[in-house]
Ligand binder design. Structure first.
Ligand SMILES: NC(=O)C1=CN([C@@H]2O[C@H](COP(=O)(O)OP(=O)(O)OC[C@H]3O[C@@H](n4cnc5c(N)ncnc54)[C@H](OP(=O)(O)O)[C@@H]3O)[C@@H](O)[C@H]2O)C=CC1
Ligand SMILES: CC(=O)N[C@@H](CCC(=O)OP(=O)(O)O)C(=O)O
Length: 344
């Protein structure tokens, strides 16, 4: 029996990417796609690239949590909604016993006070926050599978937490003096129209933003502190880059054990058999162009003797390993499927 899946917010960038992945997934039947603006319209009329991949009569329906709870056939519901909005849907769906994977930031933090600090208002559903699990499948300790709601990580955090987590856990790097510079493709901002995101504004231009406390810093530091067993403080400097998709992160990290072989040995053992992590040899740097459309985060490291720092680089597709692909990877593991089913 195939899993029946629904996507709430299917007209956005990550929703559209979920349609691509779930329509091609051999164990999934894409049963519902919702959108307020496209309700009632046939999916293939709005997104002709999916012609032949989804049933011709599949139409967008209204984004209505009650209607989704009433559909007893749904096994899993993906929320591809803005943060703040996702929590409203999650609370109704989880109360009705639905399994929910949330792509937004609403359930990513363990600490409600941290949410308030970074998102500027009290957490809308602190009780549900306690029950949710934050999952990067390659680093999150087992046990998350029993949660009713899974928070899929942010795009920047995946590119920074994945390489650093095992290194902090194994004492290869220090917990202070870490600096992460990240560049994101414009699709990272979602399908909204905003003047500063227009082609004419962004082409031939790179710009830092969100300094010094971008909201993703909260989930990055919380997860890395869990890995280290002590507080980790980092500088996180995000940039918008003139590309459609991709995140490239360059992270300088003071070495606790200044041997590049030790770093690679930890990575190789932590990521053994994990197809969604690509480890490149020292001296080769990952390229966003090589990850577009894949559910892989590529990483590499060099040791700089002059500064005593490791320089770690990573690259991924923000809409795949940074969002929808990772959410499908989580679904696969949650429902006992092969981790990479429908992804490679
Ligand atoms: N873009 C990226 O690279 C990544 C995005 N994410 C997260 O995933 C989520 C979706 O992002 P993304 O796809 O980029 O965003 P988009 O802006 O492209 O899409 C948002 C979707 O939510 C719907 N929506 C907006 N407001 C409401 C509302 N008030 N009630 C119900 N539906 C609403 C929109 O559809 P309609 O108006 O038709 O109802 C649309 O389908 C966000 O939380 C984002 O932060 C996570 C990782 C990476
Ligand atoms: C380029 C760009 O604008 N990126 C978004 C982050 C990407 C994202 O969607 O993050 P969440 O999943 O946490 O919402 C930003 O900086 O707010």
């Amino acid at each position: 029996m195939k899993l029946k899946a629904a996507i709430v917010g299917a007209s956005g960038y990550s929703g559209e990417e979920l349609i691509r992945l779930l329509a091609g997934h051999p164990q999934v039947d894409l049963a519902a796609v919702t959108s307020r603006s496209l309700a009632g319209k046939p999916l293939i009329e709005q997104m002709p690239q999916f012609r032949g991949l989804v049933p011709a009569d599949l139409c967008f329906t209204a984004s209505d949590a009650e209607a989704l709870t009433a559909d007893a056939s749904l096994d899993v519901i993906f929320l591809a909604l803005p943060h703040g909005v996702a929590a409203e849907y999650a609370v109704t769906l989880v109360a009705a016993g639905k399994k929910v994977i949330d792509l937004s930031a609403d359930f990513r933090l363990g600490c409600p006070k941290l949410y308030e600090e970074y998102y500027g208002k009290p957490h809308p559903e602190p009780e549900l926050l306690e029950k949710a699990a934050y999952v990067i499948p390659e680093v999150t300790p087992d046990g998350w599978q029993s949660a009713p709601l899974i928070a899929s990580p942010g795009c920047y955090p995946t590119s920074i937490i994945t390489p650093l987590y095992p290194l902090l856990k194994n004492g290869i790097i220090k917990t202070t003096g870490i600096v992460a510079n990240s560049l994101s493709g414009i699709s990272g901002a979602g399908r909204k129209t905003a003047e500063h995101l227009l082609f004419a504004e962004r082409a031939e231009s790179v710009k830092a933003y969100g300094l010094p406390k971008h909201r993703h810093l909260s989930e990055i530091e919380e997860q890395l502190s869990d890995a280290a067993g002590e507080s980790v403080v980092i500088n996180f400097n995000p940039h918008l880059a003139p590309m459609r998709r991709g995140i490239a992160s360059t992270i300088t990290v003071p070495a606790a054990k200044p041997e590049i072989e030790a770093l690679y040995s930890v990575w190789e053992s932590a990521f053994e058999g994990r197809a969604c992590v690509g480890i490149l040899p020292t001296g080769q740097t990952p390229d966003t162009a090589h990850t577009v459309g894949t559910n892989r985060v590529d990483m590499s490291a060099v040791y700089d003797e002059r500064t005593g720092n490791f320089v770690i680089t990573s690259a991924e597709d923000n809409l795949v390993k940074g969002a929808s692909g990772q959410a499908v990877q989580i679904m696969n593991l949650w429902f006992g499927l092969k981790e990479t089913e429908g992804l490679f």
